[in-house]
Design a protein. Structure first.
Length: 402
């Protein structure tokens, strides 16, 4: 272990210990990478600094909050300094009164102002040993200062881009997010199936989190929608902390200018008793709860007040619902949903209103395609392009009377 080879930089309480430590303090004073990590700490501080192995990824932005995620190569805590005009506020990763310690860091920044720009900087201080008393610490690594803007339901326009079904192909992420970063999108939506199945944290980091974080540059937030393939594999049960919205779920609503966005979790694509799941799926009750939550979200005042309500989901037919598929469509019809954007099929498809009992169009974004959505008060414009930027389809929806 690297830490075992590093001499402790500072020693504990005993006077003799302090005397012994003085040369080490002097020798390493200038070598501290960033913070003064409490030079007089009475606990052991090793000259060990974490490295950031995944740069910050902004997730689930709202008008007043955002999630910041990053990774380090060794156990550390996680904090974010942020502010409008300086890094004068701090948010930490903590649960039940204790700072989180690990290599994956997730900090929720709340209490922000809608439509405001913020600067932020992540920091992780090494935790060498979590002992009951005198835990041993190390140095702090800091990321670069980055910027983001919160959503604002009162602004006149909004724009976002959608990708889906990247299925572990990193070049696919780089190609599409590279194009998207050329334009100032409010956020990017990934409609799920980031993996073929979830194998491990390392796999999930390598094939989705890291390339996405790098391409979005810590400034364009990601809204994630749950795909059926993220239900599969030995690491599927551990994906929540990496992907959940702030409330710990996969369904949520967000508002951006004229847009009211409702993200739904369309679950698996086969019944729970399908042999391939060997009795380990329990989607039936989860999807019924999801249906109730969908209805509740659609009945909120914003659904009727916003110029456009757009549903974001992975499977265009709502997935396996134990026979409730028509109820999902019915709720969307009753709420005058303007557009449903889905993926899953891996090819482009546009389902017109009335084709499947739906009063709203269903846009299915293909693999290696980007949907570009621009909303103003009276019109919702959508373009779909392929990985070469070639136009596949474009349409404009006029604001309905609701
Ligand atoms: Fe899928």
């Amino acid at each position: 272990m690297a830490d075992a080879r590093c001499p402790p930089r500072r020693f504990g309480l005993a006077v003799i210990g302090l005397l012994l430590a003085l040369p080490a303090l002097a020798a390493t004073k200038q070598a501290r990478p960033f913070h003064d990590d409490d030079a007089d700490a009475p606990y052991k501080v090793w000259n060990s600094t974490p490295a950031i192995t995944m740069p910050p990824l902004l997730l689930d932005v709202s008008g007043t909050s955002v999630v910041v995620e990053w990774m380090t190569d060794s156990d550390a805590d996680g904090s974010v300094r942020y502010g409008e005009h300086g890094l004068d506020h701090t948010a930490v990763a903590a649960h039940d009164g204790l700072l989180d310690v690990g290599t994956f860091h997730r900090v929720v920044i709340a209490g922000l102002e809608p439509g405001h720009g913020y600067q932020y900087q992540v920091a992780s201080r090494r935790v060498v040993a979590v002992k009951p008393y005198w835990p041993e610490r190390g140095n702090t690594v800091q990321g670069e200062t980055l910027h983001f803007t919160t959503l604002d339901a009162t602004r006149g326009t909004a724009r976002f881009a959608v990708i889906t079904d990247t299925h572990e192909k990193v070049s696919r992420i780089h190609t599409m997010l590279g194009e998207i970063r050329k334009t100032p999108e409010d956020f990017v939506v990934h409609l799920g199936d980031t993996v073929n199945w979830a194998a491990s944290e390392q796999q999930f980091k390598d094939v989705f989190l890291s390339p996405t974080a790098e391409d979005l540059g810590g400034s364009t937030p990601l809204l994630y929608v749950h795909g059926n393939h993220e239900y599969r594999g030995p690491f599927a049960r551990q994906l929540g902390p990496y992907l959940h919205e702030q409330g710990g779920r996969y369904d949520y609503a967000r508002d951006d200018g004229p847009l009211h966005l409702i993200a739904v979790d369309t679950g698996e694509d086969k019944p729970d008793d399908t042999n391939v799941y060997a009795g380990l799926n329990d989607l039936r009750d989860y999807r019924r709860e999801g249906l109730a939550r969908f209805g509740a979200a659609l009945s909120e005042a914003r659904t009727h007040g916003a110029p456009f309500t757009v549903v974001l989901g992975h499977q265009p037919d709502w997935g396996w619902t134990s026979g409730d598929n028509a109820k999902w469509t019915q709720l969307a019809n009753q709420a005058h949903v303007d557009l449903f954007i889905a993926g899953h099929l891996h090819y482009f498809k546009y389902i017109k209103p009335g084709e499947q009992g739906n009063d709203f169009p269903i846009l299915i974004v293909g693999q290696d395609q980007v949907a570009w959505v621009e909303a103003a008060d009276t019109a919702l414009k959508v373009r779909v392009t392929d990985s070469n930027g070639k136009l596949i389809d474009a349409f404009t929806l006029a604001r309905k009377t609701k």
